[in-house]
Design a protein around this ligand. Structure first.
Ligand SMILES: Nc1ncnc2c1ncn2[C@@H]1O[C@H](COP(=O)(O)OP(=O)(O)OP(=O)(O)O)[C@@H](O)[C@H]1O
Length: 709
């Protein structure tokens, strides 16, 4: 988040959200276009994994070795070299920076200097604040600075000290994307707290729960305020219940092994009817197009209805959101809730937290959908939007509060939300919510005055990944008799995603990306990169290549982020370049491809990223560029994740895994990457299986995976 200085240098007001100003052409096929092209991903072929794979192999994309061979000599310059010029002060884009493939090498002028300078100031809120200013709608800029930092650490690492730096804010009150927004130069912007993937504003309400690091950064009295008011979501029923179709593999969910651990779990339900929900909820479920429960829903709904605490782990895109929303709503309807009415202090019965703004907004929309026609009122509040607007929404009534952590603490501090009535606390992406980025905020939340103790509230945690150490931390939040539901392999990738790992050196990545995207055509594709600056860079580069692209990352204004997501969702920009901020939870229809331009630093992150495709029984593809210089540490967990998901494992990747980890490494070893099961060793609970297709003895034995530990 320290790249504000170079950002100020960008002069490209005509590019909003990276929608290039050209007529989209039909993208002529690249060299391999005749084998890897749009028709490959047509629904008929998507159903046939083998034929897809064949095409893919023929196209050459799976040929890691040959790709890798092109790279020697172009590696190991990643961290200590600078880029070509072309992005210096006042310069336009597109000269050497884009034509030269080696954008990480070269001299230290222009783009690169800003690139590095920005990171240099990562930990220093004040230095960042001084130099901001940019055109809204046109992020990404290239300022000047000294090339002495490591841009890789931009978004993928935990901050210390600097994590509470300033959150940039627009000075102008106009939320007009085209207006020039000068940013604070006062050195006193709103207090900002930056987690790993998210930046959330923490202000200083009267009784603000300010951490040490927040101290002195008042959100109220110093610096500019965030003025963005998100447009209200459509109110018509069709929009509220808009949904996409489940895919051809939806029924295969029934064959996934489910393990429930902990004392005395209630039996799973098999149908929505068995959940005994009220008629309004049933109507809403039907209008949402749900006819059949997913495994995580079959097990979680009765557990939550039984009043138990829960940690649930299920593959990406398999319906975890409804798994907690439906039973909570059912309880609320059954127990009766205070109907929404204006009050300065609202006391919601349910608080849901999630790590990113877009995700919490999505959860809110789901809550609104399922509570349609009831007196339950859900409200959302998240950073990057006007606090006053959030407060106005909240005081009108709030039974379910959906919030990002920093904004939640802010609102609590302002005494707009009281916690005494909280019966349900939901941590979505719970492993992320408890890690070093958000864990401290969550601890503060549960020790806020008024927050019922864990014995008196129901705490629910959901994620597709649950590392062991996080499971242990979670014990602090959960009653000791909580239940653990594992659908499939804890931390495993969704099997509906066809995964391909290509060996691509740093300096061949852009060329390869363009080649793949040209062959993909207009199919929706998310391209993940490791840093915010690189997201801007690659998005702009792709626009230059006449590929309609937008970008989302933590340094974009919230309005820009939402615009980008909107443009991607509706297909206006079929390519979204993103950092990890978009890795988790986002449920976007028709994302057919995920490309890891940069692999993430952890395997969990990989699993979440590729889970943006292949959702709800639909198939998808993930292509990852594996750079020998920087990604070797991922070889072993990648081999494991690939083989668990029954994907082809490239021989070269296995070799790297072996050579990295020595003769002790076995293809079945998992290392310490994931817990394979509930980490509590002392429970005497039973395990139950999702019966369709397996009996206990026939089912794959989850204990096999413990050899990884
Ligand atoms: N029983 C169901 N029938 C049909 N569609 C469903 C059902 N349950 C969930 N869905 C749909 O499946 C999609 C994915 O659900 P959801 O976003 O809750 O997945 P998730 O498990 O939370 O994924 P992630 O791990 O990525 O956060 C959504 O569009 C949701 O509406």
């Amino acid at each position: 988040m320290g790249d504000e200085d170079w950002e100020a240098e960008i002069i490209k007001p005509h590019v909003s959200s990276y929608v290039p100003v050209f007529e989209k052409d039909r993208y002529s096929s690249g060299a391999n276009g005749d084998t890897f092209n749009r028709t490959l991903a047509s629904s008929s072929e998507m159903g046939d994994g083998s034929s897809r794979r064949d095409h893919f192999m023929r196209s050459g994309f799976a040929s890691g070795r040959s790709l890798g061979n092109r790279d020697p000599g172009e590696s190991n310059k990643r961290e200590n070299t600078s880029t070509v010029g072309g992005f210096g002060v006042g310069k336009s884009f597109g000269n050497r920076g884009f034509s030269n493939n080696k954008f990480e090498e070269g001299d230290s002028s222009g783009f690169w200097r800003g690139y590095q300078d920005g990171n240099d100031s990562e930990g220093s809120g004040s230095s960042r604040r001084g130099g901001r200013g940019s055109f809204r709608g046109c992020r990404g800029g290239f300022g000047l600075g000294s090339p002495n930092s490591n841009y890789e650490q931009d978004e993928g690492t935990q901050r210390s000290g600097g994590i509470f730096g300033s959150r940039r804010s627009a000075l102008s009150g106009a939320d007009n994307g085209d207006t020039f927004q000068s940013r604070s130069g006062s050195g006193s912007g709103r207090g900002g707290y930056k987690g790993l993937n998210e930046e959330v504003i923490t202000g200083s309400g009267k009784n603000s729960w300010k951490s040490e690091a927040e101290g002195g950064e008042s959100g109220d009295t110093q610096g500019p305020k965030v003025t963005y008011i998100p447009p209200p979501p459509p109110e018509d029923e069709d929009s509220i219940f808009a949904h996409y179709q489940t895919g051809i593999n939806f029924d295969k969910y029934d064959t996934i092994l489910v393990e429930v651990s902990g004392h005395d779990p209630p039996p799973a339900i098999l149908t929505f009817e068995e959940a005994n929900l009220c008629q309004t909820l049933n109507n809403n479920i039907a209008k949402a197009g749900y006819t059949k429960l997913t495994p995580v829903q079959k097990y979680s709904i009765p557990i939550i209805q039984g009043g138990r605490d829960l940690m649930a782990c299920a593959q990406t895109g398999s319906g975890k959101t409804a798994a907690f929303l439906l039973p909570i709503l059912a309880h609320m309807m059954r127990d009766g809730i205070t109907a929404s009415r204006f009050k300065e202090l609202q006391e919601p019965e349910c608080i849901i937290v999630a790590p990113t703004r877009e995700l919490i907004n999505q959860i809110y929309l789901e809550a609104r959908k399922f509570s349609f026609g009831t007196c339950v009122r859900a409200v959302v509040t998240y950073g990057g939007t006007q606090l006053g607007h959030s407060i106005r929404q909240i005081v009108q009534g709030c039974n379910i509060l959906c919030a990002t952590p920093g904004r939640l603490m802010d609102i609590i501090g302002k005494e707009k939300i009281g916690l005494r009535q909280v019966k349900y606390l939901v941590l979505d992406e719970a492993d992320r919510m408890l890690d070093m980025g958000f864990g401290p905020e969550m601890k503060k939340l549960i020790s806020c005055p008024g927050m019922p103790s864990k014995e008196q509230r129901q705490t629910l945690m959901f994620s597709a990944t649950f590392p062991e150490e996080i499971q242990r931390l979670a014990g602090e939040f959960l009653k000791s008799n909580y239940l653990f539901v594992a659908v499939g392999q804890v931390g495993g990738a969704c099997r509906d995603v066809q995964q391909t790992i290509l060996q691509v050196g740093q300096y061949s990545k852009r060329e390869k990306l363009v080649e793949i995207l040209r062959n993909i055509g207009d199919e929706r594709t998310m391209v993940f990169v490791e840093t915010k600056k690189k997201a801007d860079f690659i998005a702009t580069f792709l626009c230059q290549e006449k590929i309609s692209t937008t970008s989302i990352h933590g340094d974009r204004e919230q309005r820009e982020r939402e615009q980008a997501l909107g443009d991607f969702r509706c297909g206006k920009c079929p390519v979204l370049v993103a950092t990890s901020v978009a890795a988790r939870g986002l449920d976007i229809e028709n994302v057919q491809h995920v490309i890891n331009f940069d692999l993430p630093s952890t395997i969990d992150e990989y699993v979440h990223r590729i889970g943006r495709t292949g959702r709800c029984g639909n198939t998808g593809r993930a292509i990852s560029f594996f750079d020998l210089e920087s990604d070797s540490h991922l070889a072993q967990p990648l081999v494991k994740v690939l083989s668990d998901a029954q994907q082809d494992v490239p021989a070269w990747l296995e070799e790297i895994a072996f050579s990295t980890y020595g003769p002790g490494f076995s293809g079945n070893a998992r290392g310490n990457v994931f817990a394979s099961v509930d980490t509590r060793k002392n429970y005497h609970g039973k395990s139950s299986l999702n019966t369709a297709g397996f009996s206990s003895s026939q089912a794959p034995n989850p204990v096999d995976d413990e050899s990884w530990d």
